[in-house]
Design a protein around this ligand. Structure first.
Ligand code: ATP
Ligand code: MG
Length: 630
């Protein structure tokens, strides 16, 4: 043992391949994924997927792609042999699904493998057979242009791995999800999937000239049914180098699992720790705390902006600017929901009974023009102000110079200010003018303010008081954080808070921002903090849950490296977890003051989650409904 242990030797290729296979080929679905991705890279228009015995007995993928010449076929089953990249620089901008040259040799080392391929250019076909990583047997063969790869008796030569396979049903469910998800990303390709000889999926290709969104919708109808497709709201958002497309289903379809969240980056389905949180947040309180929506989100970006070479099965990616991607996804979903939420304006009155749920609204044409400030998409400027960076934030958005805060300049609360709220932002004359034109009439349901708006948008305004408070407070918290001295409430007795290490590290990373927000906080031993003051605008309460909420939020969203992002997240937690003071029952002057403060914010028509704060019912619409006008 001793002398052998110090002798270094390069492993023979079959051993090296089996070790690589341990990472690349974990279970049947991994084989199917690699082979289907090869077919897609080969430009296939039709892909056949056959499996038997849950994938253990047989996996066979066939395509009508470009095929391979005999010499390429022989090379393709060797490790690190690929046609997709050539130089180290190529790794920085990968545009194909594969790039490592590892899949075929890995699969061939753990199965009875056959590659049957016909080169479209020459029409010559080749068969390459490999038994559990043994030397390849190469022969001439016959086949139409394209490739078929079969893997029989998966893991027969690596019993340890075979042991870890789950039940056939479990393996099949993984394969089913993969087939379904890849068929959505490539609606222009036909997929046929059969299990033990019975066809389960057979979807025709969408015509090549069909735009992606239309092709995807048709594919969704094919694989998920008309009913779901009817509740889908399209995502369309472009921010600099990032484009977001796809669909979300309306909140009424929400489910209790994250299984219906699909996130694609350059058409590659990826797992992503923050995706569920970002989408759920964009839905805000439209969803119960335990519910998740259906979301099929496709983000396109330059290949240089994303590293796809970080996971052995290519299931995860790393973004150059995670924040930019999160923001793009978040804005895309919020905009889509906002567009979908025009319906309630039209839904007032008996016509709302026309059908169930939000579909009734969807069938009716909203009377408000689609580009009123209440429903329109964010402009680049608003985007910038809301998120602190330009939409193309990937390339390092502008950062306000320290001390030269461009806005907002906090002003003392006016005479009618909401008691306990943070200082409001000084309204511009135009905003004041706008505010003056909204006259509070009263409060209904304990949570809505009814007001009248005069001027261009003549009508009734319904204001969600809580959402309005959230918007006002969120902007005010951000404003307070940018002041040199945020308002503070000094505690009579300093408190020490001990947090679990995983939370403490997050808090430690944002101590400066917490201090800027008005916390008197310092480290006080391992994972313990001493707090002697809290911001003036928050409710005095238990400090530990509040810090835990901040830590949890930062962890869920993957933390943040930039001060302005941290500030925004912190403000969102403080406002949305109810730490900031809200005033529930308002007098008429207080309502009027709230409206004024809301109008003075940068984005008065939405709360920080993107939900509407105000809905307008134009008088024109009322006249129509009362039959005064046709
Ligand atoms: N279905 C196919 N049609 C045409 N060529 C193929 C097909 N499958 C594989 N090839 C060729 O074989 C090569 C090796 O395939 P393999 O999957 O092992 O590596 P890769 O796709 O380049 O990288 P990765 O290991 O990341 O998948 C590919 O680069 C491609 O040139
Ligand atoms: Mg490959």
């Amino acid at each position: 043992m001793a002398s052998n242990a110090t002798t270094v030797a390069v492993l023979p290729p079959d051993v090296a391949n089996k070790i690589a296979a341990g990472e690349v080929v974990e279970r049947p679905v991994s084989v199917i994924k690699e082979l289907v991705e090869n077919a897609l890279d080969a430009g296939a228009g039709r892909i056949g997927i056959e499996i038997e015995g849950g994938g253990r007995k047989l996996i066979r993928i066939s395509d009508d792609g470009c095929g391979m010449s005999r010499s390429d076929a022989v090379l393709a089953v060797q490790r690190h042999a690929t046609s997709k990249i050539r130089t180290a620089q190529d790794i920085d901008a990968i545009t194909t699904m594969g790039f490592r040259g590892e899949a075929l040799p890995s699969i061939a080392s753990v199965s009875q493998f056959e590659l049957l391929t016909c080169d479209r250019a020459s029409g010559a076909a080749t068969s390459v057979k490999i038994d559990g990583g043994a030397p390849a047997k190469v022969a001439s063969a016959a086949r139409a242009p394209g490739t078929t790869v079969s893997a029989r008796n998966l893991f027969y030569c690596v019993p340890a791995r075979a042991k870890f396979l789950k039940t056939t049903a479990t393996e099949l469910s993984h394969v089913g999800r993969f087939v379904h998800s890849v068929s959505l990303a490539f609606p222009h390709v036909a997929f046929k999937y059969s299990i033990d000889g019975a066809v389960h999926v057979d979807v025709p290709p969408q015509p090549a000239d069909t735009p992606f969104a239309d092709a995807l919708r048709t594919r969704l109808v094919q694989v998920r049914g008309q009913d779901l497709a009817d509740s889908l709201i399209p995502l369309e958002h472009a921010a600099g180098d990032y484009t977001v497309s796809g669909f979300v289903a309306s909140a009424s379809r929400a489910v209790l699992t994250r299984q219906e969240l699909y996130f694609y980056v350059n058409r590659r389905l990826v797992r992503c720790s923050w995706f569920a949180t970002v989408v759920k947040r964009a839905f805000g309180t439209l969803l119960g705390s335990d519910k998740y929506p259906y979301a099929f989100v496709f983000v396109s970006m330059p290949p240089q902006a994303v590293d796809v070479n970080i996971h052995p099965a290519k299931l995860e990616v790393r973004f150059g600017s995670e924040f930019a991607v999160q923001s793009a996804v978040s804005v895309a979903v919020m905009n889509a929901l906002r567009a979908g939420e025009r319906a309630p304006v039209a839904g007032i009155g008996p016509a709302a009974d026309a059908g169930p749920g939000d579909r009734a609204g969807a069938r009716m044409k909203p009377p408000v023009p689609s580009r009123t400030p209440w429903t329109r998409k964010l402009t680049v400027d608003e985007w910038k102000r809301l998120y602190g960076v330009a939409p193309d934030a990937g390339s390092a958005g502008p950062q306000p110079a320290p001390g030269a805060a461009p806005s907002p300049q906090p002003a003392p609360p006016g005479p009618g200010a909401v008691p306990g709220s943070a200082p409001a932002v000084q309204p511009s004359p135009q905003q004041r003018d706008e505010a003056d034109r909204i006259r509070a009439v009263g409060q209904v349901g304990g949570k809505y303010i009814v007001a009248e708006i005069s001027g261009a948008r003549n009508g009734i305004v319904l204001i969600d008081q809580h959402a309005a408070h959230e918007r006002v407070n969120y902007d005010a918290v951000i404003a307070a954080m940018t002041m040199s001295s945020a308002p503070q409430q000094v505690l009579l007795m300093p408190e020490t808070v001990h947090l679990p290490n995983e939370q403490a590290v997050m808090i430690r990373a944002c101590l400066d921002e917490l201090r800027a927000a008005g916390f008197g906080i310092e480290e006080f031993g391992a994972d313990t903090f001493k707090i002697d003051a809290v911001p003036g605008y928050i409710e005095l309460g238990a400090l530990e849950p509040m810090l835990a909420a901040i830590a949890a939020d930062l962890r869920e969203t993957g933390g943040s490296r930039r001060a302005d992002e941290l500030r925004q997240r912190l403000a969102l937690v403080l406002v949305c977890r109810g730490s900031v003071k809200f005033n529930q029952s308002l007098s008429l002057p207080e309502m009027q003051a709230l409206i004024g403060q809301l109008q003075a914010t940068r984005t008065p028509w939405t709360c920080p989650h993107g939900r509407p704060t105000m809905i307008v019912v134009p008088f024109d619409e009322l006249e129509k409904r009362f039959g005064r006008r046709g």
